[in-house]
Design a protein around this ligand. Structure first.
Ligand SMILES: [Fe+2]
Ligand SMILES: [Fe+2]
Length: 169
């Protein structure tokens, strides 16, 4: 549990903004994942991206639920970091000719997104605990675990597929 000695109202505002930004993150990922899965060649990678799309839809629903309880209504906050990470991934897909190399690039791009999500959800979960929203903390933790699992799965796929990328060189 993180220590917090500042102003609780300020933290509540920060927490709400973080959730709004995360909602944009998940919405952008929901649009990007099918394109990444289409561009991937390795069947296990395709499958991992498709099943993380289903998890991502659940992440969006959890955020909707939490924000609904917290504010009732909220404005959209487009997450510029997510947009940049996704467009970097799209550039890799466009710029790679070899399948195994493209897969290696897709894995790296997807893991950058997962790490960003993990950092964001880690902070949001900690703030939810400080603010006394234990049910939010539980929901955010569920998502955090799924992001972590997706990241580990991508690592294990890359350990196998990067050998293919090396052979193509
Ligand atoms: Fe997510
Ligand atoms: Fe994710």
């Amino acid at each position: 549990m993180a220590l917090f000695s500042g102003n609780i109202e300020d933290l509540r505002t920060l927490y709400t903004k973080q959730l709004q930004t995360l909602l944009s993150t998940e919405q952008q990922i929901i649009k990007a994942l099918p394109k990444m899965a289409d561009a991937a060649t390795d069947p296990q990678l395709k499958q991992a991206l498709q099943s993380h799309l289903q998890e991502t839809e659940a992440h969006e629903e959890r955020l909707d639920q939490i924000l609904g309880e917290l504010t009732g209504e909220w404005e959209e906050k487009k997450c510029a970091v997510t947009a940049a990470l996704i467009s970097a991934g799209e550039a890799i897909i466009k710029d790679t000719k070899d399948d195994a190399t493209r897969d290696a690039g897709i894995i790296a791009a997807a893991q950058k997104v997962e790490h960003f999500e993990m950092a964001s959800y880690g902070a949001a979960r900690s703030w939810a605990q400080v603010l006394g929203y234990s049910q939010h903390a539980e929901l955010l933790n569920q998502t955090l675990q799924e992001e972590g699992h997706a990241d580990k799965l991508l690592t294990s796929i890359s350990e196998r597929t990067n050998t293919g990328a090396t052979r193509a060189a």
